[in-house]
Design a protein around this ligand. Structure first.
Ligand SMILES: [Zn+2]
Length: 243
């Protein structure tokens, strides 16, 4: 989810890129160098060799990502090797991003909210907005919140706020789960705070299924309002619970 939110590539594509780069470097060494002799011996090993080696792992990763014609890499004198490696790494990167998106579609066991919001692997625009890093951190936590596990922690200004979604909110008598949906939409203790922010009049969120609406479309103003609200609400919560 963090990779999808920030638009960063999978670590595996970086590792593959480095490994293939090293492969080229060794291939260009003089024939007498021990490193090159070892690489050539590795290349001669059969494809079904049971002994694990880094070359086999690289080839398996490329094959799994749908890269065809990897035998080009064995031809150490091939001039097309460099361009092939560039294409192969790009194919792997795309495939790994698609797998990240598929995991969201296949009912993530961590969050149902994020799968309703995120349908591409592009970096989210708010990360480049001219707002403070503290608000970006808060907004990112709200977008990536886990609503399918029994632990929910929120970090605001180095202060850790712990929610118990399997229990009722302990500062009001509404008998609703102690989670962020309750803080945003139901808790009567925060109602006076909500009245101060127009964003709560824009979104009609009757139940948890529509909670993602708060974080789906945003601009600077919306992020300021959401972050200010949650910050003041958490101050109030800490006061009520004497945390
Ligand atoms: Zn409450």
């Amino acid at each position: 989810m963090i990779r999808l939110e920030t638009g960063n590539g999978h670590m595996m594509s970086t590792i593959l890129s480095r490994a293939l780069g090293w492969w080229i470097k060794v291939a260009n060494l003089p024939q007498s160098r021990l490193t090159k002799i070892c690489l050539e011996e590795l290349i001669k090993l059969p494809a079904d060799n049971k002994q694990p080696n880094w070359l086999g792992l690289v080839k398996n990763s490329l094959t799994r990502s749908g890269v065809s014609n990897i035998s080009i890499l064995d031809e150490l004198s091939s001039e097309t090797r460099v361009s092939f490696i560039g294409t192969a790494v790009a194919t792997c990167r795309t495939k790994l991003k698609e797998e990240d998106l598929e995991r969201l579609d296949n009912n993530s066991s961590f969050s149902s909210i994020y799968g309703r919001m995120k349908h591409n692997s592009n970096r989210e625009g708010y990360l480049n907005y001219p707002i403070s890093i503290h608000k970006k951190r808060i907004f990112a936590q709200l977008r990536l919140q886990p609503d399918r596990i029994s632990i929910l922690n929120l970090y605001i200004s180095r202060h850790k706020i712990i929610f118990n979604p399997t229990h009722y909110c302990s500062i009001c008598n509404v008998k609703d789960n102690d989670d962020l949906f309750h803080v945003f939409c139901k808790c009567i203790i925060y109602q006076p705070l909500r009245l101060a922010y127009p964003i709560f009049k824009i979104h009609n969120v009757p139940n948890r299924r529509f909670f993602h609406k708060f974080f789906l479309r945003y601009d600077c103003q919306a992020i300021h309002e959401i972050c200010d609200y949650i910050r003041y609400a958490m101050y109030l919560r800490s006061f009520c619970l004497n945390e």
